[in-house]
Write a protein that binds this ligand. Structure first.
Ligand SMILES: [Fe+2]
Length: 323
C-alpha cells in the first residue's frame, strides 16, 4: 500500500516537472521560429527530456524494483535513445546543410570579388602602359614591406594576416585614378608644367571616387576588405610623413598605413626605373635617397623594413625590369 502511494507521488512530481518544461517549451516557441541553431538545440534538449521523462514514467510500473543507481543508468540510456537521434535530425543535419550553403556563398562572393578586381586592375594597367611592369613590381615590394613590418611586430593592429593579404591584393589599384587624367598629360613625353602637375595630382582623388563607386554597401565592408585597402592606398600614397605631400597634406600616422607602405614602394620603383625624362638610378642610389627621406617623406618603420628587405627589392627590380 505504502509503495503504491510512494510511486504515485513520484509519478505526480514527474508529471508536474514535465508540464513546467512543456510550458517553457510553449513560451519558447517564438524563439524557435528565429531558427537560431543554439536556441533550437536548447529547445530540442528540453523537449526530449520532457517526453523522455513521460515515456520513462509510463514504463515505470512495468519495471521491476531496481537499485537507484541502475534506475539512473536506465533513465540516462532511455533518454539518450531519444536525444541523440532528435538532435541529429533537427539540429546537426540542418546546421551542416547551412554551413555547406554558407561556404558555397562565401566562395561565390570571393570569385565575384576576384573578377571585379581583375577588371579594375586591367583598367589600371591600361592607363599605366608607359611604366610597363610598374604594377607587378610595386605589388611585390608592398608584399615584402608589409610582411617585414608584420614579422617585426610593428602596427600589429593593422597588419593581421587577412589585412596583409587584402593590402597586397589592393596594391595594383593605387594609381587607378589615372583613368581620369587626359592623355595629353598622362602620355606627355617630358616634364610637366605646373598646371599639368596640378591635374596629375588629382589622380589620387579620382582613384578614391572610382573605388568608392565599387562599394555597393559601404557599411558592410570591414577594414580588411580589398576595396577599403585600395581606397586608402589610392588616396594617400603621395602624402609625406612631414605633411608636405598631397592631396590632403596629412602627416605622420594620420596618413593611412597602406599609403605609407605604397609610398616607399612607388618611389623606389620610380627611382630605379628609366623614364623618358631621366635615367634609371642604381639600387644603391635609390636606397640612399629613400634613407635620406626617412621621417621626412617616409614612415621611418617602413624605411627600416626596406633596408632589411633591400636584396629582395633588387631581385624583383631585375626580374621584372621594363624591356
Ligand atoms: Fe600615384
Amino acid at each position: 500500500m505504502w509503495d503504491t502511494v510512494q510511486r504515485g507521488v513520484i509519478i505526480f512530481f514527474r508529471i508536474c516537472r514535465s508540464l513546467v518544461k512543456l510550458l517553457v517549451l510553449g513560451i519558447s516557441r517564438q524563439m524557435f521560429r528565429e531558427n537560431n541553431p543554439l536556441t533550437r538545440l536548447i529547445l530540442i534538449l528540453i523537449a526530449c527530456i520532457c517526453f523522455g521523462e513521460l515515456f520513462i514514467m509510463l514504463l515505470l510500473p512495468y519495471i521491476p524494483q531496481l537499485p537507484e543507481l541502475e534506475i539512473a543508468f536506465l533513465d540516462m540510456f532511455l533518454l539518450s535513445l531519444i536525444v541523440i537521434p532528435a538532435v541529429s535530425w533537427t539540429v546537426t543535419r540542418p546546421m551542416n546543410k547551412s554551413l555547406l550553403e554558407l561556404a558555397g556563398a562565401i566562395k561565390k562572393v570571393s570569385v565575384r570579388e576576384d573578377e571585379m578586381l581583375a577588371s579594375l586592375i586591367a583598367l589600371a594597367r591600361q592607363r599605366d602602359s608607359e611604366t610597363g611592369n610598374h604594377i607587378v613590381r610595386t605589388q611585390q615590394y608592398v608584399s615584402l614591406l608589409a610582411h617585414r613590418l608584420q614579422v617585426d611586430g610593428h602596427y600589429v593592429d593593422q597588419l593581421s594576416k587577412q589585412s596583409v593579404a587584402a593590402l597586397v591584393k589592393a596594391a595594383p589599384l593605387h594609381d587607378i585614378g589615372k583613368v581620369g587624367i587626359p592623355d595629353r598629360i598622362l602620355l606627355k613625353k617630358g616634364h610637366f608644367t605646373e598646371a599639368e602637375r596640378t591635374v596629375m595630382k588629382t589622380h589620387t582623388l579620382i582613384g578614391v571616387s572610382v573605388l568608392e563607386a565599387a562599394r555597393i554597401d559601404p557599411e558592410g565592408y570591414g577594414d580588411d576588405n580589398v576595396i577599403t585597402k585600395a581606397i586608402n592606398m589610392a588616396g594617400s600614397h603621395h602624402e609625406k610623413w612631414d605633411g608636405t605631400g598631397y592631396p590632403h597634406s596629412l602627416a605622420g600616422q594620420a596618413i593611412k598605413l597602406e599609403g605609407r607602405i605604397m609610398s616607399v614602394a612607388d618611389v623606389y620603383d620610380a627611382l630605379v626605373s628609366k623614364r623618358i625624362y631621366k635615367k634609371s638610378w642604381t639600387h644603391e642610389e635609390a636606397i640612399e635617397e629613400i634613407i635620406r627621406g626617412k621621417s621626412i617623406s617616409f614612415d621611418p618603420l617602413v624605411v627600416d623594413a626596406l633596408i632589411i628587405e633591400q636584396n629582395s627589392f633588387k631581385e624583383i627590380a631585375l626580374k621584372y625590369q621594363d624591356s
